[in-house]
Design a binder for this molecule. Structure first.
Ligand code: ATP
Length: 627
């Protein structure tokens, strides 16, 4: 058996030789997962001699990384202690890594043969695949599933004497936030530890879910006896039955993701065929229910407010308060909550949306509630910096680096954001030739000022935004896909005003925030109708200006059509007018004629018949209403 495994390693080495020479590797020689990773390493230009890794090791940002990932560690550390006690005597060491691949915590071994492992897994070390080549945590973080990498499967020559097993960690919103990894020197023996690492990871995830403290907590499984096991799904609901979060098992069993794609807020009634009241009695024994996807699951109430919220071993975490400073409507709230939670775990957030939809406002809110809120919020508009100044602006410069350089040199934006949040606005407009340099900073978190030799470590939380379509830019080669992967830990697409279901509520919020006194300005039904149907280009910014002008021109605080900007009024004549509340008789008639015409594909005879008028009259109306 032992010999057979050593033979397998020899076969992997041969596969690697073929790979390095550019030949096709027979599929049975090396596992698919490994081959996929080798191909990615080749694409990223990873050097098998691994110099990058050694460079990164010189920089110590441990305390910052720990601070930034404090929440993750609160949940992970107790489980790491337990797991390490169980597996260290078998020669395993343990590490927890954050989502981008940097180690946060290492439980090691002092003996000399662990020196390399210590160097690779110490806090601050970057094991992401594009830096450290094929390795279990790197692969687990890229592919979002457990990974096992042994001996010569590693891309770097220096790692070929190691075995590692890693399992990704997902937060209650289903976002990847890190990984647990166990490693030891490679000895050719089977690696029978995956289940133990997976179990510890599940416990970390369950601790995170516990922290949601829902009004109703359900355990679920296909088998009744497993509703009490560590394999059980866990889901928390708020007081109105809304889903607050769930562990990966529950997310999978309930197929939550497919619902989240079409609904901004998933509720109890969307998931189960029964009513919440019907399962309240299942605290003792599980009850079987049918789910939205047809599956039958056993549910057991784990806790039901009031009285059942258990005492936590960890202090209560600060909950993000995102609603105070700006409007968060019901449709966008779940997405905003998810972004805030992920950001607290150090996940970089990419905000997309048309101009004026609130990208910067969201970025500021993430910062204010994020792990680096004590540091600065540094915004960089990538489209506004002249190409020739990008380097000095972002990297800073040394004294006398160029003519006109400030005496004593200057910090760049990366350094200014150190300990805080860097907001790269309009990232889609970053010149492609500069993207590789930006990527390097994001990977290595080191900057060198222009005209200086010395490298400086930097650490910041990252939010990027763009109004451009990055998928199209990547296809046309104008945006690097590896940079996209780095910045897109979680993507938040902000809706344009014309798509918002909650436009009325947003208008009311803006009106309320405009008034210093108690009574905000009043909008007449006609004016509101006009705003509802305007094709907004500048989105919330334009709406805000329209309301500001309306308030300035209004009499006695009543904003009517005549007080709104000219371009909004001008579009009124051709706009689709809502004939509901507040519409005029003429508008209602126009709407009716238009609908009937459309219904009959503009067949005038059929439309006239349905309207009960002659064809000649209908022709007159079409002309009159400009249809
Ligand atoms: N949710 C919101 N509630 C209240 N006001 C908002 C909200 N979102 C945006 N605004 C207002 O709209 C204006 C535009 O917001 P912001 O600058 O964040 O948009 P943006 O998408 O970053 O725009 P651009 O793409 O042009 O940079 C701001 O002045 C802000 O006050």
């Amino acid at each position: 058996m032992h010999k057979k495994i050593v033979d397998l390693n020899t076969q992997v080495q041969q596969a690697r030789e073929l790979f390095d020479e550019g030949h096709v590797v027979p599929s049975q020689w090396v596992r698919d997962e490994v081959l996929r990773s080798w191909l990615r390493c080749r694409k990223h230009g990873v050097s098998p001699s691994g110099q990058l890794l050694l460079e990164a090791a010189q920089f110590d940002q441990i305390s910052y990384i720990r601070n930034q990932h404090q929440r993750l560690m609160t949940f992970a550390e107790p489980e790491m202690h337990r797991l390490f006690r169980a597996i260290s005597s078998a020669g395993w060491v343990l590490a927890c890594l954050e989502r981008e691949g940097r180690s946060i915590k290492y439980f090691g071994n002092d003996s000399p043969c662990y020196e390399l492992l210590g160097a690779a897994l110490n806090p601050g070390m970057d094991l992401s695949e594009d830096i450290a080549g094929t390795n279990a945590p790197g692969c687990a973080l890229i592919e979002g599933r457990p990974s096992l990498v042994c001996g010569s499967e590693h891309f770097l020559h220096s790692f070929r004497d190691l075995s590692c097993v890693a399992v990704p960690i997902f937060d209650p919103a289903g976002t990847l936030v890190g990984a647990l990894n166990a490693s030891k020197p490679y000895d050719g023996r089977p690696v029978g530890i995956l289940e133990a690492v997976a179990l510890a990871t599940r416990s970390v995830e369950n601790r995170m879910v516990d922290d949601l403290r829902g009004a109703l907590v359900l355990a679920l499984h296909y088998r009744p006896e497993l509703t009490q096991s560590p394999m059980r799904g866990l889901i928390h609901f708020g007081e109105d039955g809304e889903v607050l979060g769930a562990n990966p098992s529950a997310r999978q069993m309930l197929d939550l993701e497919s619902l989240e794609k079409t609904q901004s807020q998933v509720c109890f009634k969307d998931l189960f065929s029964c009513r919440a009241a019907e399962i309240e009695g299942s605290q003792q024994s599980p009850v079987e229910v049918e789910c939205h996807n047809g599956a039958r699951l056993f549910l057991k109430v784990e806790s039901l407010r009031k009285g059942l919220v258990s005492v936590k071993s960890t202090p209560p975490q600060r909950r993000p308060d995102i609603s105070q400073s700006f409007y968060v409507g019901e449709p966008t709230k779940p997405l905003f909550d998810k972004a805030h939670r992920a950001f607290q775990f150090g996940v970089p957030v990419l905000v997309t949306g048309e101009t004026g939809t609130g990208k910067e406002v969201l970025a500021r809110s993430l910062h204010a509630n994020g792990p680096s809120s004590k540091g600065a919020f540094v915004a960089v508009n990538c489209s506004a910096i002249p190409a020739g100044l990008i380097e000095s602006e972002l990297f800073g410069y040394a004294d006398g680096a160029f003519t006109g350089a400030r005496r004593g040199g200057a910090k760049g934006k990366f350094e200014e954001a150190n300990g805080g949040t860097l907001f790269l606005d309009e990232i889609g407009d970053m010149p492609v030739e500069f993207q590789a340099r930006l990527l390097r900073v994001l990977q290595e978190r080191i900057v060198t000022r222009l005209g200086e030799e010395k490298s400086r470590p930097v650490s910041f939380s990252l939010v990027c935004a763009t109004h451009r379509n990055l998928d199209e830019l990547m296809e046309s080669g104008d945006f690097r896909s590896d940079l996209y992967y780095r910045i897109n830990g979680l993507r938040v697409q902000l809706p344009a005003l014309r798509e918002r279901e909650d436009l009325d509520a947003l208008i009311d919020h803006l009106l309320a925030s405009m008034s210093q006194e108690d009574s905000p300005p009043i909008l007449t039904a006609e004016a509101r109708n006009l705003l509802r149907h305007h094709s907004w280009r500048g989105n919330i910014r334009e709406l805000q200006q329209a309301l500001n002008l309306g308030q300035a021109l209004s009499t006695q605080g009543i904003i009517d059509v005549e007080h709104l900007p000219e371009d909004i009024k001008a579009k009124n004549d051709t706009a689709d007018v809502d004939v509901g509340e507040g519409g005029t008789l003429a508008a209602a008639e126009r709407q009716a004629v238009r609908c009937v015409l459309e219904k009959h594909n503009h067949n005038v005879s059929a439309a006239a018949r349905e309207l009960g008028i002659t064809r000649a009259t209908l022709y007159r109306k079409i002309k009159h209403f400009g249809l």
